[in-house]
Design a protein around this ligand. Structure first.
Ligand code: NAD
Ligand code: TDX
Length: 331
């Protein structure tokens, strides 16, 4: 297949491109605007005969139409992805997540192109800490932030384009990813790079909030499985049973990095902060036979810490601006 991967210079998109190159003979065209979050260094070393890079905006109908005409499938990762940024300036989230997705869907409709939409568990809102239920494919939408509201809106567009126009689409909702090449604005890389720089980690509020962590490699293998074997029109949840409180994660990072486990600061909480995400991925496992490979979060986190220690040239250019943004908000 010839795949058009949007957002392929970002964290999870570049991981998927590397996964495709390693595990299939599909060719890839990456379409990425290279916002502050995109970095072609995340694609360095991939064979140029199989991976082509195009800088462009998914909301640009001309470039999207041209590239879609050459593709058998679109795998749509591109998004404004950070909840904190969406609380500060929501507009780019509407432009990219809603209008960008609409532009891609129209091209897929015109060309009859298979479409896989990367969504998030955040569209379902949050759960109580003691709720025995986890999110399933039938959970009601209840987004909290401008980020998750625009992701929810884009999901609904995909569903409408499947039903009304017969676009051959699938949707996946993954929980929180960790691993190499994640922007330093996000929780885990922010704390790791803080410790490397001698800055204390920053925990929002009391840190009781729970996230369901999955290694980015496992997200990629799940997306490839759905792309190749998923049922058109169907939604799949991707998760690896990795629930942990933020406080536990900060303490684990500090202890893996040889620092006292209480050497962090509690800072201003995120507005509308979702309490807990938890994914039930039974459908993906039973219907498509997918299994995560990273069972041991501590081991995966230790390898991620090693990666950030060894790749300062990749993250250093973003670090100061990221911390300046946070310090302006007391975070
Ligand atoms: P990221 O911020 O690291 O990367 C986003 C990429 O999209 C960047 O390379 C950026 O340049 C590009 N981009 C942004 N606007 C664009 C536009 N208008 N046109 C073309 N390219 C554009 O994000 P990520 O964490 O890799 O997330 C990617 C997708 O995965 C998002 O749709 C997100 O909702 C979803 N997701 C992420 C996670 C996670 O934990 N990271 C979990 C579940 C779902
Ligand atoms: O410095 C911090 N301190 C802190 O306590 C930061 C940056 C975050 N946090 C908390 C907020 C969250 O409870 O850590 C948790 C994780 O925060 P983020 O890394 O910002 O992720 P989250 O908001 O949970 O969303 C992530 O997973 C779902 C991705 O950013 C989304 O793109 C994806 O949809």
């Amino acid at each position: 297949m010839r795949l058009l991967v949007t957002g392929g210079a970002g964290f999870t998109g570049s991981n998927f491109v590397r996964h495709v190159v390693e595990h299939t003979d599909h060719d890839v065209t990456v379409l990425d605007k290279l916002t502050y979050a995109g970095n072609t260094a995340s694609l360095a070393g991939l064979p140029t005969g199989r991976v082509r890079f195009v800088q462009g905006d998914i909301a640009d109908a001309e470039v999207v139409g041209r590239l879609t005409g050459d593709a058998d499938a679109i795998v749509h990762y591109a998004a404004e992805s950070h909840a904190d940024n969406s609380l500060h300036d929501p507009r780019p989230f509407l432009d990219t997540n809603i209008i960008g997705t609409y532009t891609l869907l129209e091209a897929a409709r015109r060309h009859g192109t298979r479409f896989h939409h990367i969504s998030t568990d955040e569209v379902y809102g949050d759960l109580e800490l003691d709720d025995p239920e986890r999110f399933t494919e039938t959970a009601p939408y209840n987004p909290s932030s401008p980020y998750s509201a625009t992701k929810a809106g884009s999901d609904l567009l995909v569903r409408a384009w499947v039903r009304s126009f017969g676009v051959r689409a699938t949707i996946s909702h993954c929980s929180n990813n960790y691993g190499p090449y994640q922007h330093v604005e996000k929780f885990i890389p922010r704390q790791i790079t803080n410790v490397i720089r001698g800055i204390r980690p920053r925990l929002y509020g009391a840190g009781r909030n729970v996230r369901d962590w999955i290694h980015a490699d496992d997200h990629s293998s799940a997306v490839l499985t759905i792309l190749e074997n998923g049922e058109i029109g169907r939604t799949y949840l991707i998760g690896a049973d990795g629930e942990r409180s933020n406080k536990d994660v900060v303490e684990l990072i500090l202890s893996l990095m040889g620092e006292p486990v209480d050497a962090y600061d509690q800072v201003v909480d995120r507005a509308g902060h979702d309490l807990r995400y938890a994914i039930d991925s039974t459908r993906l496992r039973t219907e498509l036979g997918w299994m995560p490979l990273y069972g041991d979060f501590e081991k995966g986190l230790a390898a991620t810490i090693d990666w950030y220690r060894g790749h300062e040239e990749w993250w250093a250019p973003s670090k100061d601006a990221t911390e300046a943004f946070y310090s302006g908000k007391g975070q």
